[in-house]
Design a protein around this ligand. Structure first.
Ligand code: HEM
Length: 131
């Protein structure tokens, strides 16, 4: 039986974000970055991430921040991004289906790629089709 649901609005976004950061908080590689290094204030961070994903998936201008600068002082490496993406894709695939579920995964990959290029972890030519 198909138990996965479509992302139809804010309630599904909140569910997705909560489930993703549950996985992050249980992950031996990523949890220390969020909880020890950055000492994330979860009751503040989660609603900010709901806004972020609502803006990305539904084009609503509810998120007004600048994500990249928050990531420059964390000493992130390519393996952190690989694990972040692995957990994100796993979260989506476990419970969500449909066009916006696919879009969430591709937008996460795009942004993770841009972050890594800007952090000098990946050459800018990656993602450009070979001739
Ligand atoms: C290695 C992977 C990543 C790690 C360890 C990481 C970690 C963090 C941390 C610690 C914060 C700061 C939270 C706070 O103190 O307020 C943050 C903020 C944020 N991250 Fe990431 N992040 C990663 C990848 C990504 C990716 C791929 C995206 C986008 C798809 C993203 C989107 C955001 C956004 C939107 C914020 C909030 C910025 C703001 O408005 O203050 N992150 N992240």
């Amino acid at each position: 039986m198909e138990n996965r649901i479509e992302i139809k609005g804010r309630p599904e976004i909140e569910l997705l974000v909560d489930k993703f950061y549950d996985r992050v908080n249980n992950d031996p590689m990523l949890s220390p970055i969020f909880n020890d290094q950055a000492q994330v204030n979860w009751p503040k961070h989660l609603p900010n991430m709901y806004d972020f994903w609502e803006t990305l998936l539904f084009g609503k201008a509810v998120y007004k921040g600048f994500p990249f600068p928050k990531h420059t002082t964390l000493n992130l490496r390519a393996e952190h991004f690989a694990q972040w993406l692995h957990l994100f894709n796993k979260t989506v695939d476990a419970d969500f289906t449909g066009v916006l579920a696919d879009e969430a995964k591709s937008k996460a990959l795009n942004i993770a790629t841009v972050f890594q290029v800007r952090l000098g972890l990946m050459p800018a030519a990656i993602g450009v089709a070979a001739k």
